[in-house]
Design a protein around this ligand. Structure first.
Ligand code: ADE
Ligand code: ZN
Length: 335
């Protein structure tokens, strides 16, 4: 099954590019950019990755992002992630970035997006990996800052498919960003949002109703509400689930208790994603393996995660068809 999972075509829909910063690159950039980091070695950094909830992770995540200064840094960060995608046979990826994590430190929006975008373009030609870019607003910041960020994105609309919402869920309800999301929708952006990660199932309803989101990032707390699960099945609303992240951030204590396989069997459009792989101990293949080790599935079920991700992606109908055929024939050939 390991070989089947390793070579299975994959599509990633929930990946924070800042969360792919491996300690080795963090050190290299800290040195190159003369940024102080509170660690003396790569081992010390990895030892600090013991989180007890989302906030304890976010503190370290924003601290790590401080080493990213120049366009080239953002390019190298993104390129390193795309090379990992190639190893895991990820054919398409939809990448989040957090502009405010950088503009708040005086780095320009253009520097950030141009570096990331250059790597994505190079991957399309050199690695045959397609991509989309999703701009997230940090929900712990205010509406004014989100509007400013949306304004900065105007000259880069051709590079951004959707806006999203991440960072601290508890205490920062979706409603705080209803007006920003409405403006983004009017401007032609699609919308997604983190909801029901550590916050309640009601946050999922709120994100769906107020922010008009096309898919829910995480959403695993939906199982607290049977009616909501039924609605997700009927409407085929996708959930971008991040299994290793959920264990690291104690959303579930053990992978055996994770609800992803049970949601799949109920007919919810669940997908497997890596969230912040440098911090949570694994990229796409690692996430698939971790789920299957704890909650064994057959090959059709494992393949369904990719078919769901293709369905939930923001690519054209013809691209969806092409990837679906490739994935289905891989599954059929390996029965
Ligand atoms: N930013 C990066 N990873 C995140 C997560 N899992 N939840 C909320 N915000 C995030
Ligand atoms: Zn996330």
């Amino acid at each position: 099954m390991k070989e089947f999972i390793q070579s299975l075509p994959k599509v990633e829909l929930h990946l924070h590019i800042e969360g792919t910063l491996e300690p080795e690159l963090m050190f290299e950039l800290a040195k190159r950019n003369k940024v102080d980091i509170p660690f003396n070695s790569v081992t010390e950094v990895r030892d600090a990755y013991n989180f007890h909830n989302l906030q304890s992770f976010l503190d370290i995540y924003f601290q790590g992002a401080n080493v990213l200064i120049h366009e080239q840094d953002f390019f190298e960060l993104t390129w390193a992630y795309l090379l990992r995608c190639k190893e895991d046979n990820v054919l398409h990826t939809e990448v989040f970035f957090d502009p405010q994590a950088h503009t708040e430190r005086g780095i320009s929006f253009d520097t950030v997006i141009n570096g990331i975008h250059r790597a994505l373009v190079k991957a399309a030609t050199e690695l045959n990996i397609s991509s989309k870019l999703i701009m997230c607003f940090l929900r712990h910041l205010d509406e004014v800052s989100a509007f400013e960020t949306l304004a900065q994105a105007q000259t880069h609309k051709d590079k951004i498919i959707a806006v999203g919402l991440d960072s601290t869920e508890i205490g920062n309800p979706a409603g705080k960003f209803e007006r920003v999301f409405n403006q983004a929708l009017e401007q032609g952006f699609l919308t997604v949002a983190h909801a029901g990660e550590e916050g309640a199932a009601s946050n999922i309803y709120e994100a769906l109703n107020l922010l008009k989101i096309t898919r829910i990032d995480h959403g695993v707390r939906c199982t607290d509400d049977n009616e909501l699960v039924k609605q997700l099945v009927t409407e085929r609303t996708p959930l971008t689930v991040c299994p290793l992240s959920n264990i690291k951030l104690k959303v579930f204590e053990r992978m055996e208790q994770h609800n992803i396989v049970s949601l799949l069997r109920k007919g919810v459009c669940v997908t497997i994603n890596s969230d912040d792989p440098a911090y949570f101990g694994g990229y796409m293949t690692d996430n698939f393996l971790a789920v299957n080790n704890a909650l064994p599935m057959n090959k059709t079920e494992i393949g369904q995660f990719t078919l769901n991700a293709i369905e939930a992606s923001f690519i054209s109908q013809s691209e969806k068809q092409r990837l679906t055929i490739a994935t289905q024939s891989y599954i059929d050939q390996h029965q």
